[in-house]
Design a binder for this molecule. Sequence first.
Ligand SMILES: Nc1nc2c(ncn2[C@@H]2O[C@H](COP(=O)(O)OP(=O)(O)O)[C@@H](O)[C@H]2O)c(=O)[nH]1
Ligand SMILES: [Mg+2]
Length: 486
Amino acid sequence: MIGSSRLEGADTIVAIATPPGQGALGTVRISGPSARRLALELFRPWRKDPDFPQERVAVSGTALAPALSGDPPPATAKGTSSAGRMEALDHGVLVFFPAAGSPTGEDLVEITLHGSPVVLALFTAGAQARGARQARPGEFSYRAFLNGRLDAVQAEAIDDLVRARTAYQARVAHGQQTGALARAVEPARTALVDWLARLEGSIEFGATDDEDFLQSKDLVSGLAALAASLDGLLAQAGRGLLLNRGVRVVLAGEVNAGKSSLFNAWLERDRAIVSESPGTTRDILEAEVAWEGLPVMLVDTAGERTGASPAAGRDPVEQEGQRRGAAARIEADLVIWLLDGTVSPVVQPPPQVEGEAERLLVMSKADLVVPREVTVVAGQDPAVPRAVSARTGDGLDDLKRAALALLAPGWDRRERPLVTRLRQQGCLQRAVTALSEARELAATGAGEELVVVPLGDVLTALADLTGRGNLEEVYDRIFSRFCIGK
Ligand SMILES: Nc1nc2c(ncn2[C@@H]2O[C@H](COP(=O)(O)OP(=O)(O)O)[C@@H](O)[C@H]2O)c(=O)[nH]1
Ligand SMILES: [Mg+2]
């Protein structure tokens, strides 16, 4: 168990923390036991300070890097020749975080220089020449996890926050970063540890008169309460996972139905070519929008030629476009099938292909037709589709809401889902499954030594969720709370 003990014997790592490319500023991070020494060797403060680097104080100064020109200097009496002569590289700001309370749980130095890829690379190379190692992807967060600064869910939340594409995603990720999921699970986990301690205590030492903690009806109702709280978390996992991965909405329908116009209208920019000549769109076009905070990948596709002008679609390039469109409809979460209301008052959409995503029928160009006059024959049931106009914008918000209701039933941006990853859902699912096994055993009056087995699995699954806590806690509890051995 890693627990909160300090990671022993770690080396010192260095990496550029800001994105590649030129920018106003760029930051290099150095974490590990040599971070402080490297600050002294690679940075010269402008204001003399015998205590440099002081903790959590921003210091302006000159960053140094290995000299470019001239012969290597002769070995000095102090024997530091291997690191070489240093030269001024850039002006910058350095902050030193001592291990206690630093983001990684190790001595950490952050140096912000100008955002020049060359400057940042030279500075990093200088740190490497003096003993630091290039960090692997995610290694700063991994060290934070190993040193007990983050649990697994919080580490995932940092990744979610950095990758957030909508403001809502960022809010939810921040909630997780503060440990919201671990806090939500904690009452159930504590109760579980308690039950396990009672059961284990009873098995090991037998219940005494003043400690008859094993009323089986209490156990049954206690486990039921536990199950209710875990079920609640699991129930909202679907929406959290959806928020994390986003959805794909494919626009499909006859040529000229107005798919590209709708695509552009929702993107609020002129992305796809719109033309009155049928068969304009061939390639798949994708662009992301946010609907109520949900990332939605809109996909525009080539039109079909089943109804209006089937003979015209012989062009092999257009046929390839249609093949790709059909594939996109299978990968989609929802297909919005546009029917051109100006073509015919009765339109028959083609039957759904095996594996195709759910379809929402929509009549386009509502500004040109009276929607009530158009009937769609979908299967056997004639239905009036909802009508939109990409030209006037009428019906677009209604359609978005209808699509959202199908994609994410009960979607509510005020809700902050706590479970956003398959891994988290998997841990909770394992916990719930093992718990129902334990409840069955308890309900049938099975012996304590049988009930503790699945209950132990519940605890392990919950410990895996955060990567913290394990069965030792149960034994601590047995001995501290039940005064056994008196
Ligand atoms: N009046 C009107 N014309 C539209 C509307 N949507 C598309 N069109 C026209 O219909 C033609 C085909 O549109 P386009 O978006 O290229 O259809 P696609 O082939 O399905 O992508 C173009 O001439 C558009 O200007 C609409 O809502 N109202
Ligand atoms: Mg088009």
